[in-house]
Ligand binder design. Sequence first.
Ligand code: 73E
Length: 830
Amino acid sequence: ESIEFRRRTDLLFGLMDQYLKNDVFSIQKSIVDHVEYTVARSRFRFDDFEAYQATAHSARDRLLESWNDTQQFFKDRNPKRVYYFSMEFLMGRSLLNSLSNLGIKDQYAQALKQLGFDLEVLAEQEIDAALGNGGLGRLAACFLDSFATLDLPAWGYGLRYQYGLFRQNIKDGFQLEQPDFWLNFGNPWEVERVHVSYSVKFYGRVDEEMRNGRSVHKWIPGEMVEAVAYDNPIPGYHTSNTINLRLWAAKPSGGFDMEAFNTGDYVNAILNKQKAEAISSILYPDDRSYQGKELRLKQQYFFVSASLQDIVRRYKDSHSNFEEFSNKVALHLNDTHPAIAVAELMRMLIDEEWLEWKEAWNIVTRVFSLTNHTIISESFEKWPVELMESLLPRHLQIIYEINRVFLEEAKKKVGSDFGRLARLSIVEEGSVKTIRMGNLAIVACHSINAVSQMHANYIKSTLLKDFCSIWPHKFQSKTNGVTQRRWLAFGNPALGDVITKWLGTEAWIKDLDIVAGLRQHASNPQLHAEWNQARYQNKMRLAQHIYNISGIRVSVDAMFDAQVKRIHEYKRQFLNLLSIIHRYDCIKNMAADERKRVVPRVCIFGGKAPPGYEFAKKIVKLVHAIGEKVNNDPEVGDLLKVIFIPDYNVSVAELIIPACDLSQHISTPGSEASGTGNMKFAMNGCLILGTLDGSNIEIRDEIGQENMFTFGVVVDDVPRLRTEHRNFQPPREFQRVLGMIRDGIFGFKDYFNALCDAVDGETGDYYLLGRDFLAYLEAQASVDTAFVDKEKWTEMSILSTAGSGKFSSDRAIREYAEQIWRVEPCKRPV
Ligand code: 73E
């Protein structure tokens, strides 16, 4: 046998080329081979899309080599690993990102050029992977990039939705949602692992029996679904590590429910099985209010159960008991969406691995940690007990037991303060009895982190106050970050080159703190010239896109002012719109020579409204209605343009962010947990107009108050101002612009009443637009003044980039790794 084995190994070594070669000729050959043998087109006749597919497959070959070797290396070294559980990963496009991370983009560009193709054009053929709603999902994607780049032994786990976030079409200014069929043309970036699959159980009943003097629970499921793994390689930058994002797809399970087949209803039995696939079919659009949909809980349990089975199996490959589990595994919950994992791991350890309750709980409380992303209490998921009992009967028993033990312990700390105990309890006794997933996660996790300093302080004194008083050590703050690779180095190469030149090194791509070195050149006229030249190119590119989608020509000399993000009341796009109306009104009432002093602006909006959220949808329409009026007013001309860029997603963001002069982050203080768009803009030298909310505060501390525009009420005053709204008389300017909307100046007279009522009606102006209006107009005026002084503005822009070092996701992930997960780099040698 050993001779046989050696012969075979020799043969295999002989068959394997070393690694795929990365010279231009080898790359060309691999692309053209993929045209013939993967895409199945003639090498003499293929179009841009086919060229993209072949190029992607060629890149994927190189990713897989690195992926395989990295995973083998992790296996041999067996370090502690971290698993990042998230319902969302908003990855965007992969081609340029992969080639750039692998360090072979230039060779690919050249190889394609000789074949008559432009790499940048081919890259546009790729459909975004939009398996996320916004900040939370994009954060997970940035974190994967940092995991790989920092050589951490980490994996992401999530769901392979067949439909990502809906596409936004605009018809007559209204948002129409279209399904996102992103997999229709195949996905070259994933590998289906047909053999990596696990059964996931649902429904049924729990039998209890005595075995060896111990009561044993047996869950007899009523439905079983297979989870099949799809692996997505994630390359790091300037490292040979490539990590994995494993996404699960639901498939009908084979062996189960044979009876249905035997009853003769063959066709219906098959149709029923097909329903299984619905579990991973669609991403729920986030409207921040808990919906209680059974399918969502099914999705959560489905991916959590498959992931934990996979992780336990991997652990058991090299361990015979669970003593080392918490030294080898860290499990991170990206918000409470995967919190059912707590009960599932308890169930596996007790019912399947025969651990005692205490041993199991000891493990669970050492491995789990949680990030809380939100302040809005309506977004906390609570599942009706009745639903849990039917879908996950054994988990409900376990949750009750966790709660019983927890409340007993809590009583020792808070005495018989029953109000407090009721707030701490995992079970909410309302008209509908529910399970609070947030409380379940907090009880089990050893660390709960907020996503900015302000968010940490805020939740400790409000939402999580009761928990904080009994377990202060559990709560911490990890300010978000974004990857400077996608968002600056690759997405804005023109500015990236200037940065590299003036720093004399590319090292900032891996260590963003280095950009602070730009400060010493911030007033150098030569840098100013190069800086503005790069930014000008980006503005031209965006202006072209605006023209393509709207037929509107915007002046690149105007200030590009963007507010791009999901549309929500708390983000206050309406405040921005009201100030635009005010600006329009002022321009209209000016004498001709006065108009010469107006600073021309292009106001850019982008973002999706949650499909069921009327308020947000009206905002989309109002942007269009104002644009229609203003953009066609000859008296206004280039002084003001209002543009809505449809279908905002990662790749649209990559186009907008490098091209803007100003970006707005103007949520009511105490409502945006962090925000990450602000970091991307600041990195790209775009100035920020913002409130003292979320991470704006830390950005201000880093880049300096004098290089940013802040305004508005402070968080500590918000509760009082809300209660005092009855005594508050909104300013005249505010009333006037609302009046213009109500009078139908922008058409659709009654349609917008609900927006106006929300800020001046009986309900009170909850998000305090009226309170902040004058301060906001003042801040806008100082923006205009600053823009006129080109030298000053450019210096502020350079200082914004220079101050953004802290907002790299590398910094964030290093903090998580050291302070929460206690995992260390595991770098594969070249
Ligand atoms: O402030 C952002 C934050 O920057 C926050 O609103 C967002 O997470 C970002 C990253 O930390 C967020 N998304 C969700 N909750 N907070 C959410 C809630 C329900 C479904 C989907 C996403």
